[in-house]
Design a protein. Structure first.
Length: 363
C-alpha cells in the first residue's frame, strides 16, 4: 500500500473514531439529562405522595380529636326512663311547650295569648338539647344564681320569665301556673345529670374570638341574602306555618321578633349562636360559616328593626355590663356604636385594666 492510500485509510479511521466519540458524548449527555429529569419527577412524586399522606394523617387525627371532644358533650337525661307517670307527663308537656310555645302561648295560642308567636325552640334548639345550640345543659345546675343584669339572685322561674318577656316579647307566667311548672320540670329533668354548681360541656352558646375590626352590617347583608333569606325571608319576617300559630322559620326583625332586651340582641351571643347552628343543618363538626361571616351576619340582623324593651332597671352596676351591651351609659369612654359592633378588644383591655386597678385598691 502506497503512502497516499495509507494516509487516506488513517484519515477515515480518525473520522470514524471522532464520530464514535461524539456520538458517545451525545448519548451520555442525553442519558444524564433523562436520569436527572426522571429522578426529579420521581422525587417530586414521592414528596407529593408524602404530603398527601401527611395531610390525610392530619385530617384523620383532627377527626379523632373532634370525636373525642364531642363524646364529652352534654346529653340530656332520657325522658323515657322516668318511671313516675305523673312526672313523666309533666316533663313531656314541658318539652312540648318549649318546642311549640306559640301553639300554647302565642297570638293564637290555645292556653293564653301572651307572646309574639316565636317558640322557645327557635333560640334553644332541639328543645334546648343541641350542643352549642343555646341548650339548657347548665341551667338547673347553676340556678339559683346571682345575675349582674338584675343585680339579684334569680331562680328558674325568673329565668324562664326573662325569656318570655324578652325573646318572646311577651307577658310573664305566674309561678304556680301549669305551664310554668311543666317548663321548669322539663329543664330540671334533662339537666339533672349535671352536678350542682358545675357547667355542662358544650352548654349554652359558643364564645367566638373577637374580630380585630368592627363587625360589618353591609357585608352581613350580602351574606344574609345569600345564606339566610331563603328561610327567614329578605325582610327578616320569617315564614308562618300553615296553622298560623307558630313559625316554620322565625322572624329576625319586626313586631314578632325578639326585643332589644333579649340575650341574642348582644352581637357576640348571636354570632356564636349562628356559627354552629346556621344555616339550617350546621353543627359543631360541620359549620357552614366562618367566624368573620358569623360576626357580619349578626351585625346586619342586630341592625334590623325590632320591638324595644324598657331596660332602665337592668345593670344597676353599669361596670358589670358586657362589653357588647349596645346601650349606655357605660363605665368607659367607648361609644354605643363600638359597644354594639366592635372592635371589642380595646374595650376588653380597658375593662381588664380597670378591674385589676380596682382589685389593687381594695387590697
Amino acid at each position: 500500500m502506497n503512502s497516499e492510500k495509507q494516509t487516506i485509510v488513517q484519515f477515515k479511521s480518525l473520522i470514524k473514531r471522532l464520530i464514535y466519540l461524539f456520538t458517545t458524548i451525545i448519548f451520555l449527555v442525553i442519558s444524564l439529562f433523562v436520569v436527572l429529569f426522571f429522578n426529579s419527577s420521581i422525587t417530586s412524586w414521592f414528596q407529593k405522595s408524602d404530603t398527601n399522606t401527611d395531610s390525610l394523617y392530619i385530617d384523620a387525627e383532627k377527626k379523632v380529636i373532634l370525636q373525642n371532644e364531642m363524646a364529652k358533650f352534654w346529653k340530656p337525661a332520657d325522658i323515657s326512663l322516668i318511671t313516675d307517670a305523673t312526672l313523666k307527663q309533666e316533663v313531656e308537656y314541658g318539652k312540648d311547650l318549649i318546642a311549640h310555645t306559640a301553639k300554647y302561648l302565642g297570638p293564637n295560642g290555645n292556653v293564653k295569648q301572651i307572646s309574639n308567636g316565636m317558640n322557645c325552640n327557635n333560640c334553644h334548639l332541639d328543645a334546648g338539647t343541641k350542643p352549642w345550640g343555646n341548650n339548657y345543659g347548665s341551667v338547673y345546675s347553676m340556678y339559683p344564681k346571682m345575675r349582674a343584669r338584675s343585680g339579684q339572685v334569680e331562680d328558674l322561674y325568673k329565668r324562664v320569665n326573662d325569656c318570655i318577656e324578652r325573646s318572646l316579647n311577651g307577658q310573664p307566667l305566674k309561678k304556680d301556673e301549669k305551664e310554668m311548672k311543666a317548663i321548669i320540670a322539663y329543664i330540671e329533668y334533662i339537666g339533672s345529670n349535671v352536678p350542682k354548681g358545675k357547667e355542662a360541656n358544650a352548654s349554652g352558646i359558643y364564645d367566638l374570638e373577637y374580630l380585630d375590626r368592627a363587625a360589618n352590617p353591609v357585608k352581613g347583608k350580602a351574606l344574609y341574602d345569600a345564606k339566610c333569606a331563603s328561610c327567614h325571608q329578605t325582610d327578616g319576617q320569617g315564614i308562618l306555618a300553615t296553622d298560623k300559630k307558630e313559625y316554620t322559620y322565625p322572624p329576625l326583625s319586626g313586631k314578632n321578633s325578639y326585643n332589644s332586651g333579649a340575650g341574642l340582641f348582644r352581637i357576640s351571643r348571636f354570632a356564636g349562636y349562628i356559627k354552629y347552628n346556621m344555616p339550617l343543618g350546621s353543627t359543631y363538626e360541620n359549620p357552614q360559616l366562618s367566624d368573620e361571616e358569623s360576626w357580619d351576619i349578626a351585625a346586619y340582623i342586630e341592625n334590623l328593626d325590632r320591638p324595644s324593651k324598657d331596660l332602665s332597671q337592668d345593670w344597676p352596676n353599669i361596670s358589670k355590663k358586657p362589653i357588647d351591651h349596645p346601650f349606655g351609659p357605660f363605665s368607659d369612654k367607648f361609644s354605643e356604636v363600638q359597644h354594639k359592633f366592635g372592635p371589642f378588644k380595646p374595650i376588653k383591655d380597658e375593662k381588664t385594666k380597670n378591674e385589676k386597678n380596682n382589685l389593687k385598691t381594695q387590697l
